[in-house]
Write a protein that binds this ligand. Structure first.
Ligand code: THU
Length: 133
């Protein structure tokens, strides 16, 4: 099985754990880090809506909790008639832990449909350079 297929399977599996009483919209994310390990996350909603977290945020937190900082590939899967892209906040989160070789794979229940770099999805990211005046 290719790395992306393995990631897709894990993203699909973790999606079933999504806590989505409000939106009923389940999302799964699976990251392969630079070391080749896999970290997963699902969306976890809250009755106080802004407290909810996206699937990508969960996977990124798990990667960091293991001491890793670089995303090699990330698969995001949802059941949607039009393919979902990570939300703006999650694109910024992915940007923080990406390089130019990082691949963002967008998937539905049939499989991975499109692959992008972070520069394609977030061309004007707020960069660490902006902190230096
Ligand atoms: N959601 C994600 O988990 N990732 C995304 O990239 C887009 C949106 C979640 C947040 C919320 O729980 C539900 O999908 C509907 O917005």
């Amino acid at each position: 099985m290719s790395a992306v297929s393995e990631l897709y399977e894990q993203a699909l599996a973790v999606r079933t754990c999504a806590y989505i009483p409000y939106s009923k919209f389940a999302v799964g994310a699976a990251i392969m880090s630079a070391s080749g390990k896999i970290y997963t996350g699902c969306n976890v909603e809250n009755v106080s809506y802004p407290c909810g977290t996206c699937a990508e945020a969960g996977a990124i937190a798990a990667m960091n909790a293991a001491g890793e900082r670089l995303i090699q590939d990330i698969v995001v899967v949802a059941d949607s008639s039009s393919l979902i892209s990570p939300c703006g906040a999650c694109l910024q989160r992915i940007f923080e832990f990406s390089d130019k070789n990082t691949k963002i794979h967008l998937a539905d229940l049939a499989g991975v449909k499109k692959t992008y770099t972070i520069a394609e999805l977030l061309p004007a990211a707020f960069d660490e350079k902006e902190l230096r005046r």
